[in-house]
Design a protein around this ligand. Sequence first.
Ligand code: CP
Length: 309
Amino acid sequence: HRHLLGIAGLTPFDIDLLLNRAERAVALSRQTDKKSSVLRGRTQINLFFEASTRTQSSFELAGKRLGADVMNMSVASSSVKKGETLIDTAMTLNAMRPDALVVRHASAGAVALLAQKVGCAVVNAGDGAHEHPTQALLDALTIRRAKGTIGGLTVAICGDVLHSRVARSNIILLNAMGAHVRVVAPSTLLPSGIGKMGVTPFHSMADGLKDADVVMMLRLQRERMAGASVPSVREYFRYFGLDAAKLKLAKPDALVMHPGPMNRGVEIASEVADGPQSMIQEQVEMGVAVRMGVLEALLDPRKNPEAGR
Ligand code: CP
């Protein structure tokens, strides 16, 4: 694959290959000397039109650990502020001959559009409510390392599924790998076509968490909601927030996951986010490793004859 635009289109074989590559990157990242030279001489540009803590910094570290030159384009102080379009910005950066562009944008489909205009590998770092493929891959790696497998597990994805690219990418990946996927949310926070996505919807945490192996919480994206449909935080936490009492409904060894950033006391209580079943810090570590695996797969000419330009 020349680009990574989404999980849709990847086979279980592709996903396994990327996770295996990422597994090797975990080992490298745990060494004192974390540097490899497989991408020496390659240039990676991170172009984030939306805010990010985890994704941008882990893509930067991933490229640097593989020996690439990494540039973070500061959109806030760029000519985007003077009205330059997404495509003109991308074509300008493309003329500087990068080997990879890592792009986050608020509009679904914007990253795929950009990929048609440039001559380098493009990685989707999140496009609107569409996909966030490296998040789903890092979640899969976290689950696989903790449980040994993904197939056959029951995964409950809880909360604001409607606005979540993380949920979409995870649903596609987990289904492809043979997990049983549930979504747990009030009906106002589920997309209308959810029944066609191969998931079982639940409207109560008691039913949705029963016997779950993994409880994946989502951030309530209040900034994407209009006035009347914004739920009250207290009510939301009472019915759909994960606390120790609700977590007891899942299997005793269930993993607690959250992609971040968290709204503590809204969708998740601190006692659970910081508790013994929490995988949240592990997810961040796996984020660097998965992004190393993806960059290597797209850019290392020894492993991908199409890589480079
Ligand atoms: N999970 C995630 O994408 O976090 P950031 O928005 O901080 O990158």
